[in-house]
Design a protein around this ligand. Sequence first.
Ligand code: F6R
Length: 613
Amino acid sequence: MCGIVGYIGKSSAPEALVRGLRRLEYRGYDSAGMAVLENGSLIVSKAAGKVASLDEKARSEWPEDRFQNSRIGIAHTRWATHGPPTEINAHPHLDRSGGIALVHNGIIENYRALRARLESQGHEFLSETDTEVLAHLIGACDQGNLFQAVCDALHQVEGTFGIAAISADEPDRIITARRGSPIVIGIGDDETIIGSDAAAIISHTRQVIYLEDNDIAVVTAEGVEIRDLDRVPVTREVAELGFDAEAAEKGGYEHFMLKEIHEQPDSLRNAIRGRLDFNLGSSVLSGMGTSARELAEIQRAVLLGCGTSLHAGLVGEYAFEDLADIHAEVQQAAEFRYRNPLITRSDLVVAISQSGETADTLAAVREANQKGAFVMGLCNVVGSTIARETGRGVYLHAGPEISVASTKAFTCQVAVLLMMALKLGRGRRLSRDEGVRLAREIERIPELVERTIRQNEAIAALAGRYAEHENAFFIGRGYMYPVALEGALKLKEISYIHAEGYHAAELKHGPIALLEQGTPVVALANDIPGKDKTLGNIEECRARGARILGVITEGDEDARGFVHDAIAVPACHPLVATIPSAVALQLFSYHVARHRGCEIDQPRNLAKSVTVE
Ligand code: F6R
């Protein structure tokens, strides 16, 4: 969603800001803006649309020396919430005097009341945003000290914020603060960079500080001083980012999504490395921070997530029940929080989130914590809010995922859930031998994915046959049901084809009415328990004119005979097979979207990290 960049230091601030914004483009946005200080004056430029338009506009509006000489500034990419994506609504917003500029992520819940109060004091607003209200509030609190003014204003605010502010009167500092919306500060060499995520910082430095909720920092070119909102100094550790600038670039691929699909053998190796114990037939997940006895006391597992992460949870549900004899259920994070869920101290709650910032998942984590459950995070972004608030869990180590459509995070989530199920299972139902066999299968995952990716060109060729349709169905059963849901989500979000995932048996309870001559049906017909029934469902679809693309097991000529086109994935443990099957469908969706000329990495209306409910 929205992105923040701040820069103060030895280089040109506008150039550093635009570079940072480009790194945040993947998050999804619809307008952009920046403000810099030069020679005691505040200069602002904003544009609806892309960062490239902002760059062009600022260069044409500002004299060349402004670009080169300015050393301090803040910038923003906005994903519209309050008011449409116009130039007026884009950030930065200014206070009444025009001397203070503010960028803001999050939502000020009481902005209407604050706005009414300020209007009664004579303030006039140009935009419809909550952020402009906060900018005016800061200005109204300002008595010659921006830090104090921001503190005073934030005390009056309800809601969430990650902010950065500058003042024409204090050209040597940026004030930044967070509550519920991340802020990372990069400590460089004679420069300090602020980002709402580390991608904005990585081309400057790998040394970072993550602000915690209610932290407020004075950022100068020399470093950072952090306090809480009551102005009490606090210490935050300097951490080292686990990736470099190259990892956040396309590296010769046409799209980040294609790059990330191809990265999966490596990301899965990283997710699995050092975590399998072939001696005990178990997994080593020290981040779970549990003893065998605590694990044995778990009565139920609740897996929470949204979107793709929810689908990974569905595979986990099967794995926890089948391997570990633990009653498991997946719940949409958005629903969990508001339904007053029944949770006990013997429940394990696993919050699954690539970004670790998804508002609904975070709220669900807080609810589960309130109710005393044993809560774990399964996140990709190190130091993210969910990772920190759960306090224990397992990182995916998938590396930065830039494409809005999640690929490598999904497969790593499934791999980690399988390793969790193995560990839980060894405390219960699984024998050592069974554990060793499963560990060997999990170890094969990177190679199985590599073999699937080798079919990229063949998949590209067959995708063309499906690209002209406006509706598609994905069906599967058992372990492949979640893969069908995920396949449909991937196709719809990047190709804009209306795609529905169904349990193979459900189709005839309604959706089959929609099948017409040529309607694409993607069938997960892997050679796993239930295959024969799925083949029967394929027959039903064919009889109604559907064109069937089957995901089948290598060498299964029987299944091949039922489908029009096939992608074969290597034979392996049926739970493990979910991963290469999902990869096959990622490639399929990618190539369909490419045939249709879609904007694959940043689909319309979507954001990478959904930080509003
Ligand atoms: C789809 C996709 C989304 C995310 C969802 C949750 O490709 O990426 O459905 O999975 O927004 O995001 P995280 O995992 O960051 O909580």
